[in-house]
Design a protein around this ligand. Structure first.
Ligand code: NAX
Length: 332
């Protein structure tokens, strides 16, 4: 059997982690032959709750788990980890402005970037889930200069999964028959869910989603706004934010990094922009990527029409603003 790898999950006492830990622990992410030592980080007041999570992990009786290390100390949590799920962040409280949330959370990601820099393996793959995920990932990578920037990514896979599910339901096909949906930009309500390059297979025949849906008004209107506001719709119904689906998406994202993408398929993730598609460089922007040997490559050469251009620019502009706010907070 392979040597165990150390995997950290932050916000380990929270609701996303509660679903995510089981997926990781049973082999859905790193494979069913890969033993794991789980490092669980949360803040000191949550140590009692975390102890309960540790008890439940033990009671799951999962043979891939070769150790569990609950801690409130980032130095312990990030020690020698090869994969990091950065889920923990401060939730938005009533009366809190987006700016206040950004300012509280980027500070957390500055500290965790520094801890990763000092303690993690240099090959560590870091997935940022905690919001504002794209800008937190940028901050985290900036404060971990000894780790390649390409190793940091932000989660837009939940948005991708939502878009894929919406189209599959609309066309009455299985989710697996819809491929290459793209999320461009920020994991926020400015994101641009794009099916112009997506395909659907029905009765053995593959077709472009745009042609199959055959309703441009829907694809440019309700579809886009439904995906952009899906998180708020879940909160309104459940009185809590998406957790099961967010955990599934986090597992999917890291699995894509670990095991690569299938031939002819791409996935969306927030990565440090190199200026592809005229997107500003040096922001964490969600692009379509293919992955091989744990390295991503932005899919090049997709034609961008005027509608897509305006949506892609808008979400890029928001990310530039977030970057300025975040860097100012970090310098305080
Ligand atoms: P919870 O509030 O249930 O859990 C968060 C946990 O993080 C808590 O246990 C808290 O104590 C812990 N925490 C806070 N500060 C910490 C720190 N400095 N170090 C370690 N742990 C810390 O939130 P949950 O529903 O699990 O959501 C977690 C984050 O995911 C939030 O920021 C949320 O906004 C974000 N989301 C991101 C999504 C995405 O697609 N990128 C979608 C789902 C989710 O909304």
């Amino acid at each position: 059997m392979a040597q165990p790898i150390k995997v950290v999950v932050t916000g380990a006492a929270g609701q996303i982690a509660y679903s995510l830990l089981y997926q990781i622990a049973k082999g859905d992410v790193f494979g069913d032959k890969q033993p794991i030592i789980l490092h669980l980080l949360d803040i000191p007041p949550m140590m009692g709750v975390l102890e309960g999570v540790v008890m439940e992990l033990a009671d799951c009786a999962l043979p891939l788990i070769h150790g569990v290390v609950p801690t409130a100390d980032p130095a312990v949590a990030f020690k020698d980890v090869e994969a990091a799920f950065l889920v923990g962040a401060m939730p938005r409280k009533q009366g809190m402005e987006r700016k206040d949330l950004l300012s509280a959370n980027v500070k957390i990601f500055k500290v965790q970037g520094q801890a990763l820099d000092q303690h993690a393996k240099k090959t560590v793959k870091v997935l940022v889930v905690g919001n504002p995920a794209n800008t937190n990932a940028l901050v985290c990578s900036r404060y971990a200069p000894s780790i390649p920037r390409e190793n940091f990514s932000a989660m837009t896979r939940l948005d991708q999964n939502r878009a894929q599910a919406n189209i599959a339901a609309r066309l009455g096909v299985n989710i697996a028959d819809v491929k290459n949906v793209i999320i461009w930009g920020n994991h926020s309500s400015t994101q641009y869910p794009d099916v112009k390059h997506a395909t659907v297979t029905k009765g053995g025949v593959s077709k472009n989603v745009y042609e199959a849906v055959n309703d441009e008004a829907f694809l440019k209107g309700d579809f886009v706004s439904t995906i952009q506001t899906r998180g708020a719709a879940v909160i309104a119904a459940r009185k809590m934010s998406s957790a099961m689906s967010a955990a599934k998406a986090a597992g999917d994202h890291m699995k894509s990094i670990w095991q690569g993408t299938d031939s002819g398929e791409w996935v969306s993730m927030g990565v440090v922009s190199d200026g592809s598609y005229g997107v500003p460089a040096d922001i964490v922007y969600s692009f379509p990527v293919t992955i091989k040997d744990k390295k991503w490559t932005i899919v090049q050469g997709l034609p961008i029409d005027d509608f897509a251009r305006s949506k892609m620019d808008l979400t890029g502009k928001e990310l530039l603003e977030e970057r300025e706010e975040a860097l100012a907070v970090c310098q305080d």
